[in-house]
Design a protein around this ligand. Structure first.
Ligand SMILES: NC(=O)c1ccc[n+]([C@@H]2O[C@H](COP(=O)([O-])OP(=O)(O)OC[C@H]3O[C@@H](n4cnc5c(N)ncnc54)[C@H](OP(=O)(O)O)[C@@H]3O)[C@@H](O)[C@H]2O)c1
Length: 244
């Protein structure tokens, strides 16, 4: 991977936090962003290679300013991992526009807000964290899945153009990883990984030339197979697997 500073959004917790520490232990300069200033300050205290950079990704102007200020302070970014995201169950029995809007604002528009200034600056390497939940619709995840499907489609659309611009764009599609986000789930989570193993797979993927980085692989393959099925087979299998 190219040397130089690494910017990670959603770095106060879970995958982003573990990734920040992993790179920092390797001697990389990491700029860690999220909204929780206290959690970021704790993270920066844990490793001197981490610079806490509080940011709400739903604020487009703040994202643009942050990219400019980070590069002014640390030099051109070698890698940006756009990982900030959240989940809320949005079942048909409690389907609220405000919940969907919040998911779109953070997961989709938050990523777009950070991506726009990075593309404008031709940042050499950008990774967007979506989810296997974006492959096809899954019960109670209508809002979350829609935002992640949008990210997958957006990255597929941008990839050839980024290639032409000399930008390495990668799409990260995790399955279940044990983090504060999934600790809230009250349903079985097949093939769930611990965050350290997930981050090792992510780092290996970032060092590769693969467009899509998936982990755990077996779960991603099962979901990829499901999305190829005709709906008359897809829905009964989903019902069997989720009980919904
Ligand atoms: N864990 C999984 O199984 C799994 C599976 C597939 C995909 N993912 C994706 O992986 C990413 C990380 O998830 P995680 O499991 O590590 O979740 P997490 O522990 O809840 O971490 C989410 C991070 O996003 C940050 N964030 C949320 N809203 C933000 C905002 N408006 N501005 C800036 N930062 C914001 C949070 O920090 P603050 O609250 O401090 O802002 C936190 O640092 C997410 O995009 C998630 O959708 C996770």
């Amino acid at each position: 991977m190219t040397q130089g500073p690494i910017w990670i959004t959603g770095a106060s917790s879970g995958i982003g936090r573990a990734l920040a520490l992993r790179f920092a232990r390797d001697g990389r300069q990491v700029i860690a962003s999220a909204r929780s200033t206290d959690a970021l300050a704790d993270l920066a205290r844990e490793n001197g290679n981490i610079d806490a950079w509080p940011l709400d990704v739903t604020d487009a102007a703040a994202c643009e300013k942050a990219v400019a200020a980070i590069e002014a302070a640390h030099g051109p970014l070698a890698l940006a991992v756009l990982n900030a995201g959240t989940h809320k169950s949005t079942p048909a029995t409690d389907f609220r526009a405000a919940d969907i809007r919040a998911l779109v604002d953070i997961n989709l528009m938050g990523t777009v807000n950070a991506l726009a200034p990075l593309l404008a600056k031709r940042t050499k390497h950008i990774a967007v964290v979506a989810s296997v939940a974006g492959y096809s619709g899954l019960p109670t995840a209508a809002g979350y899945g829609a935002t992640k499907a949008a990210l997958i489609n957006m990255c597929e659309a941008l990839k050839p153009e980024c290639d032409a611009l000399g930008i390495k764009l990668q799409l990260v599609d995790p399955g279940f990883v044990k983090t504060p986000l999934t600790d809230k789930n009250d349903f079985p989570m097949p093939f769930i990984m611990n965050v350290e193993d997930a981050v090792e797979a992510l780092v290996r993927g970032l060092a590769s030339d693969r467009f899509e980085i998936v982990f755990p692989r077996r779960f991603a393959l099962i979901l990829k197979f499901l999305r190829l099925l005709p709906y008359r087979l897809y829905f009964p299998l989903v019902r069997k697997a989720t009980g919904k």
